[in-house]
Design a protein around this ligand. Structure first.
Ligand code: FPP
Length: 270
């Protein structure tokens, strides 16, 4: 948090937003569905790929801000298993942009102590992308700040299929299958679940993203198209999150009519 205030001058409009954030109630993990690149380009009569190129700057700003805030994890949805249905030239441009991004940002990742990871069916990606991903993962593996996690060739249902295959083997070996066992077999094993899911461009859907992990995430949907997403909007999303009453299926303590007559019941084991 301090690292963010350090780079903001008091007259910067983002300064008052950053000051309003409660550093003790930050989300541990933010996940973002970066949507609207195509519409951004169309509104400017540009080819769709121009929208993807313009989408890199908000990626950089968002990653840097999350690192400066001291968040534990940021997961960005960069390419879904369904995105292969797009024109080949667009898909190839996305691979080139990702490759370029990883090359150009490595020094920044180290500067901010960022550990890079990727989730999805990575083995199906073109070789030059796989190599750059692996080399970024290896190079940043010892960093201990923000975990920047890119979802690439990712699908929530595909992830569950992959997890179930592993769980069937676990069960055959006598393992207990419970919620913790399922979480441990997801691509995100070891990561905290997202507390806040942001989606740009106004669509009210989760689009096969982190289906298991977002069970209790707070949702923030903005009409802003991804290339226009700014640090200010990210800070506003976090402020909005801090206003939410997260009950995880329980009720707020102050609403209890009488503590004596409301004895908690024991939770049945599954
Ligand atoms: C969705 O917009 C966006 C994508 C499928 C790709 C996301 C890619 C980037 C933000 C750029 C590069 C990213 C990295 C990590 C280097 P859309 O094309 O579906 O937009 P539309 O719904 O308006 O058509």
């Amino acid at each position: 948090m301090k690292a963010l205030l350090d780079v903001l001058a008091p007259h910067d409009p983002d300064y008052s937003l950053a000051r309003a954030i409660d550093p003790d109630r930050l989300p541990e993990h933010i996940a973002i569905i970066m949507d609207g690149n195509g519409r951004w380009a169309r509104r400017r009569s540009l080819p769709r790929v121009a929208g993807h190129k313009a989408g890199i700057q908000p990626v950089r700003a968002t990653v840097e801000t999350c690192a400066r805030l001291g968040l534990r994890a940021l997961t960005l949805y960069a390419f879904s298993v369904e995105n292969w249905k797009r024109p080949r030239a667009e898909v190839e441009t996305l691979w080139r942009l990702l490759h370029l991004y990883l090359r150009r940002e490595l020094a920044e990742m180290h500067r901010h102590d960022i550990r890079f990871t990727a989730i999805g069916r990575i083995d199906e990606l073109p070789g030059f992308v796989r190599q750059e991903l692996q080399s970024t993962i290896d190079s940043t593996a010892a960093n201990s700040g923000l975990q920047l996690n890119l979802a690439i060739n990712y699908g929530g249902r595909a992830e569950l299929v992959d997890a179930v295959k592993a769980l069937v083997d676990d069960a055959r070996r006598g393992a207990v299958i419970d919620e913790a066992a399922i979480s441990a077999r997801l691509y995100t094993a070891g990561m905290p679940d997202p507390d806040l899911l942001i989606r740009t461009s106004g669509e009210m859907r989760v689009s096969n993203f982190l289906l298991w992990q977002i069970a209790y995430a707070e949702l923030y949907v903005t009409e802003t198209l991804w290339p226009d997403f700014t640090r200010a909007e990210l800070l506003r999303a976090i402020l909005d999150y801090q206003k939410r009453d997260r009950r995880f299926g329980g009720i707020q303590e102050v609403n209890l009519p009488d503590a004596d007559v409301m004895e908690p019941v024991s939770v049945p084991s599954r």
